[in-house]
Design a protein around this ligand. Structure first.
Ligand code: PEP
Ligand code: MG
Length: 756
């Protein structure tokens, strides 16, 4: 049975479209279960009806015609009950409804199971038989298993508008609902979809015998040279927008193009008789297979970089062109896999937003989009890429939503929001030089989070009082090997100098979890509970020492450095790290530099740290709450998993209690405490954090002035009243609603959307 099931699912998954998938299901289920009828009914959103979409056994003419209202027929009964209905004599059931067009009067036995995805009923899968008998347990479980497996594919078809199209409700075949993804970079972008697709199709390139081996080798070499020149041009084009440091990405591309594994291996294949395009395909497919088998999402993404580059090479081999270079003024770059190089290809000023089916907020393209201030939505897996080129679209980078050919109402609403945003931004700019002080005189320092050198200017412009979190893993991620001490020194020095005399908190390398390095693969079943952050760097003192030495050397003569340790779960980690940092400091002084020992702090982001505040406080100078990880670990909800994203909220009562406990613990030992996770930039959370007595908040530069506005419109006393009420609430949704109401009453409602 399991094998049959696998075969059905495989066939369905390789179907070209929903229509074909549904007919495979009904045919195969009918054969496998040896029943007389198998049918699929799907919910038509607009009328809330269940519509017969495919059948084997009922009359084909009834497809699309049989439509059942919510209280009509046994199929609807299955949907309302959300459980299987298994009847020996269906026509005798009070809810049975007979459709003469179907020819179903001959069938007595009825089994229907609901198709449910994330708690929503998408449809019903039905089998019927002449025999007046109930179906046996095996039949029921097989049908339930198939329905559960199909639910994901049907939800995708629904979201991308395919069901509506099959039902003929939309002749333009476009989704009527927004396509959901992950917010990749904030902002609203309105413009024309420019769908990027590979200029050459790698997989489709055939094998062929080379007619002239030397000529083929020559073609291949020239294609590589041409692509190197293209990449150089792209990087030149971005020169004015990105600082030198962030160009390591293009350096990585160049190294990939020069690699032995690409060049020599392909040339060997050509020498063995294969023509250049075939040899390139074989080499790249072989390497991609290795990349794809890696569990690590970051390394898998590097495989996509290789694919992107080799497609460019292929385009040259085939004398094609990657793109004709004409981009409209309001370009919305969309595609299956938007790469950093595609983004760089659009002339500055024309790019309004980016949407990619694949990738997440940690993909290079999202990092670049944020650095350039362009809204982005990542992981928009239901985007119907084949049907949207040149259409009008709206990209909501705050909420991670994309509207294809939006209605007038949606467009008006988003234009209004975009305008409000602009007004809000200019109103907020007036606060830039103002202090973040509550109306009763409480000062909360506001710092910026960064990790790219290109973020420094926006951070300075936002009026940040310093850097509260510099994620050092970004400069590590865009290289092909660990950066050396001098390379790191240059990066850190620039940041420390730019903010001098304001404090800059450099966090030591926090790789592992979802952040990995292409040259340091980590294979784990549970990476977030595995070798991460301080655990890795303590196991590799050579990496840790080089990094802290670079930091301390960069601090010489400036003295605004603070060092922060990530993922601390035990005091002995602090002791060990402290010993290494003291050693590094001693060495630097012995080498003759006038280095000062910086202030050292820890992130409180693992629940065990919450209960060790006393021991930690004795060892360090400051604390910073990593609400992103703290929330994920306290609630046992993967911060990157879209399936459970609804459960992830830093306003959960348990998280709020932990945060309060951390702040109290730090203050009991007279140590300052900050929040540097996303919570710090959420205006709703600001009220509570002020009430709890947090000393500083560190957030992305784009949130900073909004948070300042909330602080300046609050009194600590009022915030404390609100906190008391919130702590009496048991449900996260209730807390969020109440806080939004409070912001509204204070006239700060406009901040909520953007602060999400
Ligand atoms: C956090 O966990 O809240 C945090 C700031 O660190 P990161 O998001 O880099 O894990
Ligand atoms: Mg963290």
């Amino acid at each position: 049975m399991l094998n049959q099931l696998r075969r059905i699912i495989q066939e369905v998954n390789s179907a070209r479209n929903l229509d074909q998938a549904l007919s495979i299901i009904v045919q195969r289920v009918k054969e496998t279960m040896q029943v007389e009828v198998c049918s699929v009914y799907l919910k038509a959103e607009e009328e809330q009806q269940l519509v017969l979409m495919a059948t084997e056994g009922l009359r084909q003419e009834s497809v699309g015609l049989i439509r059942l209202a919510a209280d009509e027929g046994l199929v609807s009964l299955v949907a309302t009950r959300e459980e299987p209905v298994n009847l020996a004599h269906a026509p005798e059931h009070p809810q049975y409804r007979y459709f003469p067009a179907s020819g179903e009067e001959q069938f007595a036995g009825f089994l229907g199971v609901p198709i449910i995805h994330h708690r929503s009923i998408l449809g019903v899968l039905v089998v019927q038989q002449r025999r007046a008998e109930q179906f046996d347990e095996d039949h029921v479980t097989l049908l339930i298993t198939i329905a559960a497996q199909l639910a994901g594919a049907i939800a995708h078809a629904d979201a991308s508008g395919e069901i509506e199209r099959l039902l003929g409700n939309h002749d333009d075949a476009l989704p009527s609902k927004p396509i959901k993804g992950q917010p990749g970079a904030p902002g609203v972008g309105i413009g024309t979809a420019m769908v990027m697709y590979p200029a050459a199709d790698l997989e489709a390139t055939p094998d062929r015998l080379a007619e002239n081996i030397e000529q083929e080798i020559e073609n291949f070499r020239s294609a590589i040279i041409a692509v190197k020149a293209e990449i150089q041009q792209l990087s030149d084009r971005l020169k004015s927008a990105l600082p030198q440091e962030d160009f390591a990405l293009f350096e990585a591309y160049r190294l990939m193009l020069e690699s032995r594994s690409l060049n020599e291996v392909t040339i060997e294949r050509i020498r063995a008789g294969q023509w250049a395009p075939g040899a390139l395909r074989q080499t790249v497919m072989e390497q991609l297979k290795v990349f794809h088998e890696m569990d690590d999402p970051y390394l898998r993404e590097r495989g996509e970089d290789l694919r992107d580059l080799s497609l460019r090479v292929m385009a040259h081999l085939q004398e094609g062109h990657a793109h004709n270079g004409e981009y409209p003024d309001n370009t919305i770059l969309m595609g299956h896999e938007i790469s950093a190089s595609m983004l760089a290809e659009v002339p500055q000023g024309k790019l309004k937003a980016v949407v990619s089916v694949r990738g997440s907020r940690t993909s290079h393209v999202a990092i670049l989009a944020r650095a350039l201030g362009i809204p982005a939505v990542m992981g928009a897996k239901d985007l119907p890429v084949g049907r949207i080129d040149r259409l009008h679209v709206i990209v909501d980078g705050y909420g991670g939503q994309v509207y294809i050919a939006p209605s007038k109402t949606v467009e008006i609403e988003y234009r209004r929001l975009a305008k409000e945003e602009d007004t809000l931004k200019s109103e907020l700019m007036a606060l830039k030089e103002e202090p973040a002080v509550t109306q009763d005189g409480e000062h909360i320092s506001l710092y910026a989070n960064t990790g790219l050198l290109s973020d420094i200017t926006p951070s300075l412009n936002s009026g940040a009082e310093g850097i509260g979190l510099y994620r050092t893993e970004f400069p590590f991620m865009i290289r092909q090997r660990f950066p050396g001490e001098d390379e790191q020194y240059q990066v850190y020095r620039q940041v420390l100098e730019a903010f001098n005399p304001r404090p800059v908190t450099l966090r030591t390398l926090d790789i592992g979890g979802d952040k990995s390095l292409p040259y340091f693969p980590i294979e784990e079943d549970n990476p977030f509970l595995g070798w991460r952050g301080i655990r890795i760097t303590l196991d590799h003192p050579e990496i840790f020492l080089v990094q802290v030495r670079a930091m301390m050397r960069a601090n010489v003569g400036i003295n605004n450095l603070q060092i922060m340790l990530p993922m601390i779960s035990d005091v002995s980690e602090v002791d060990e790290a402290m010993a290494l940092m003291q050693r590094a400091h001693r060495e630097i002084c012995e080498e003759g530099a006038a280095a000062q020992m910086p202030r050292i702090g820890v992130m409180v982001e693992v629940p065990s740290a919450v209960y060790q505040m006393e021991g930690l406080a004795r060892r360090v100078d400051f604390f910073s709450i990593g609400s992103n990880d703290l929330t994920q670990y306290l609630l046992a909800v993967d911060r990157n998993n879209a399936q459970v994203a609804d459960l992830y909220d830093s306003l959960h009562p348990a998280v709020l209690r932990a945060v309060q406990q951390i702040i109290n613990g730090a203050h009991a030992h007279h140590k300052p405490v900050s929040v540097c996770g996303e919570m710090a930039g959420d205006p709703a959370a600001t009220i509570l954090l002020v009430a709890m007595g947090v000393d500083s908040l560190s957030m992305s530069a784009s949130s900073l002035l909004r948070v300042k506005w909330v602080i300046r419109n609050l009194t600590r006393a009022r915030a404390q009243e609100i906190l008391a009420r919130v702590l009496s609430m048991e449900k996260t949704a209730e807390i969020r609603d109440y806080l939004h109401e409070c912001l509204d009453v204070a006239g700060l409602g406009g901040l909520i959307r953007a602060g999400r």
